[in-house]
Design a protein around this ligand. Sequence first.
Ligand code: SF4
Ligand code: SF4
Length: 188
Amino acid sequence: MADVLDLTTLDRSLAQQVTPGRWEEMLSCIQCGTCSASCPAAHAMDVSPRRMWRMVNLGLVDEIMHSKTMWLCSLCYQCQVRCPRGIPLTETITRLKEMAMERGLVRSRASAAFYRSFAYVMRHYGRMREMEFMMRFILSSNPLGALGYIKLGPILFLRGKVKLELPTFGKGRLDRLFERVAELEGRK
Ligand code: SF4
Ligand code: SF4
């Protein structure tokens, strides 16, 4: 006789961890697929959002951590606002990203470097500076990879795609805003 999945013995700790205080809502997913159908990045994901939430409910943490789905999520909130169960899906995927970063997984290191470089430039200048952002990202994620851009840099510059702007130091223009967000998120 085939094994039957016993739902009462499943490990719910992952759902509790990624949706603190609301994890029982996560279990109310009816697998309707509205989240996958609404997701602008679903075509490129290896695990669809609908399947991802099911995996969270089943406690398949290793499979989730090695999927590229969370790194393709642009946090657009489409899945969350359209979910008929009102499940906080976008916050869940953010928490999954944090878990992957805490574990230092290879894929998460490049993504973490991307986010940190982007946030640094926005906080410091109040706007994007493409050249500095790219240099910070490449040097913090794959310093040797910078060699591959030696030819590309001058071409982008000559075509007006990036501006040469010297870095500045001191207080950031958006320091107060970033500090306030950190306070609201309980990180300060
Ligand atoms: S939209 Fe909500 S209920 Fe439907 S599959 Fe996605 S998470 Fe589950
Ligand atoms: S928040 Fe992420 S998972 Fe949800 S629809 Fe947008 S890109 Fe897809």
